[in-house]
Write a protein that binds this ligand. Structure first.
Ligand SMILES: CC(C)(COP(=O)(O)OP(=O)(O)OC[C@H]1O[C@@H](n2cnc3c(N)ncnc32)[C@H](O)[C@@H]1OP(=O)(O)O)[C@@H](O)C(=O)NCCC(=O)NCCS
Length: 170
């Protein structure tokens, strides 16, 4: 599928919020990885997304289905010196495992290179083994830096959680 990739804007926050919450916290929607087993509550709201979009150096990339015009994936990129920090990578559950996640990650690499950055970092919850393996296959490696989920995570943690930072050199 020839998805269209473009920066998201204020008009997209409602659709993005529904998508992000379905992907991260939805149960039995057909996706292969989710946080729903260990995190309750919502991942974001339209208001939170609107604030995020106002952040300096931050771009949210949306993937649009060319047939329906619907947003079916997204990821944000934030320039931090010579590195890009990326997050909120998600793909509509019913079309996961068909390559769109990797296309969005390629968009992050392109964004980083276009902004003269030489690496990409992400934060992954440390118990998500299959997701970490997915990132490792894409060239990411743990940096050793960890952050308690409570510091910037959103949701009701059902156990103690920790973010693990991973980095890829471009
Ligand atoms: C993570 C996510 C964005 C991946 O999107 P996607 O469109 O499924 O990704 P792709 O189709 O490009 O790749 C799927 C990969 O998962 C692997 N995979 C598929 N089913 C799997 C399963 N049941 N267990 C483990 N790996 C699986 C595939 O082998 C493939 O990896 P490979 O290309 O190295 O072989 C998507 O699953 C998602 O939105 N998850 C919920 C939100 C989330 O957790 N985001 C990450 C936060 S850090």
């Amino acid at each position: 599928m020839a998805y269209k990739f473009a920066p998201a804007g204020k008009d997209d926050v409602s659709d993005l919020s529904i998508l992000v919450n379905r992907c991260y916290r939805g149960k039995d929607l057909g996706g292969w990885t989710t946080e729903a087993d260990f995190l309750g509550g919502i991942r974001t709201t339209p208001e939170m997304l609107e604030q995020q979009l106002k952040e300096e150096y931050l771009t949210m990339i949306k993937a649009v289905d060319p047939v329906t015009g619907k947003i079916v994936g997204c990821v944000y990129c934030k320039v931090d010196g010579t590195s890009v920090h990326s997050g909120m990578l998600c793909v509509e559950p019913s079309i996961q495992a068909k390559g769109l996640g990797k296309m969005l990650m390629q968009e992050v690499d392109n964004f980083a290179l276009n902004n003269n950055c030489t690496s990409v970092t992400i934060d992954v919850i440390s118990i998500r083994d299959s997701l970490i393996a997915f990132y490792e296959r894409r060239g990411f490696r743990p940096t050793g830096k960890t952050t308690p989920f409570s510091k910037f995570g959103v949701g009701d943690a059902k156990r103690e959680l920790v973010f693990q930072e991973m980095k890829k050199q471009l």
